[in-house]
Design a protein around this ligand. Structure first.
Ligand code: SF4
Length: 114
């Protein structure tokens, strides 16, 4: 799949991937790779399954946080333009969500790498 994306300029993810490879800082790419492939999937997924069973509750794989909906580019599949430009989270609201998630994760055990 990754090979197809790299080799096919018509693939919808081609431009995005090439931009990441060429323009994103190497340390950021490394942190992304470690967190996504190792922490979240290779080691995180089995731990997540184990803790879901242990605590009999859902433990999300990720928390998606959209700080703002102010975009009118209408990319295919994106919901942002449907909601106008007034749904914005304040810094304090974003900070509060992250703090709640950290507190929750610590209570569930150290299953999420922050
Ligand atoms: S429409 Fe959605 S995907 Fe496209 S740039 Fe705006 S927020 Fe990003």
């Amino acid at each position: 799949m990754l090979r197809n994306i790299i080799e096919d300029p018509a693939d919808p993810y081609h431009g995005y991937l090439m931009h990441m490879i060429k323009d994103v800082d190497r340390e950021v790419l490394t942190a992304l790779a470690v967190n996504f492939f190792i922490n979240a999937n290779l080691t995180g997924w089995p731990r997540q399954k184990e803790l879901r069973k242990k605590y009999n509750c859902n433990i999300p794989w990720a928390i998606l946080l959209d700080p703002a909906s102010a975009c009118n580019l209408h990319c295919t599949g994106c919901w942002a333009a449907e909601y106008g430009n007034r749904l914005n989270l304040t810094y304090d609201e974003i900070d509060g969500i992250i703090r709640q998630a950290r507190t929750w994760a610590k209570k569930i055990e150290k299953c999420v790498s922050w």
